[in-house]
Ligand binder design. Structure first.
Ligand SMILES: [Zn+2]
Length: 236
């Protein structure tokens, strides 16, 4: 199985790896820093290099626990040693947006005890849906104000791993539907210091200051207990 290097180091931009297999779906590596599409976060892109060859990595995805790198260009052979390079501008933007969504999730959970029904990061914006009944203008302003306070406070964002039993004893870590919890003994928790901690497999910045100012640009009523919040981040 591919070792997922981004789970412990979100800032890794280059890595050495070996090709385990080449199949129709894509190239399988023994380890990778490429984030495969999932959890509302888009796939990383970048390049693979070996010998005199370079190939563009245009999409990375995970299916039945296998990570496939879809290439545009030459294909390395099985057992080849390759170097992976992440398109860092794209990934870093995704990390900032992903962390912004954590901050919003924490604010809304703390203020209104509401959880998440979905989220998606796009090219220049992101959205998150909450199990909220009431999302009036006053509440939107309060959520935005509180979120930006957390950004400005420059809180550390930490990754830790806990046994499944500890997760089940801390239901506040779970903001997703229980059936989406991965069936593995050790689970990853992403924690914004003294503010929020949740089960998570994505990539994040290491300090909330790196997120930059959050603007809530739109809210959509998706149902009685389903409210969508759209955000954009000021460039930093
Ligand atoms: Zn996350």
């Amino acid at each position: 199985m591919t070792k997922l290097l981004y789970l412990t180091d979100c800032y890794l931009q280059e890595f050495e790896s070996k090709v385990i297999d080449v199949v129709e779906e894509g190239v399988i590596l023994d380890k990778t820093a490429f984030y495969p599409e999932g959890g509302g976060q888009p796939s990383d892109t970048g390049w693979l290099k070996w010998g005199d060859s370079t190939s563009e990595v245009k999409h990375v995805y995970k299916k039945a626990d296998i990570v496939y790198h879809v290439l545009n260009g030459p294909i390395p052979e099985k057992d080849a040693s390759v170097k992976g390079l992440i398109d860092w501008n794209r990934r870093y933007r995704n990390m900032r947006y992903h962390t912004a969504l954590h901050i919003l999730a924490g604010v809304v959970y703390n203020l209104y005890n509401s959880t998440i029904t979905g989220s998606q990061i796009s090219e220049d914006k992101a959205r998150i849906d909450f199990t909220l009944e009431d999302l009036n203008k006053e509440r939107v302003e309060k959520i935005e104000r509180e979120a930006n306070r957390i950004v400005e406070e420059g809180r550390r964002v930490k990754i830790r791993f806990i046994p499944r039993e500890e997760l089940m004893n801390n239901p506040q870590f779970i903001r997703i539907r229980p059936e989406l919890i991965p069936d593995i003994p050790i689970l990853r928790i992403v924690e914004i210091e003294d503010f929020d901690a949740q089960l998570d497999g994505g990539t994040h910045v290491s300090n909330t200051k790196e997120v930059g100012r959050i603007s809530i640009v739109k809210t959509i009523n998706k149902g009685r207990f389903n409210k969508r919040v759209e955000i954009i981040l000021e460039s930093i």
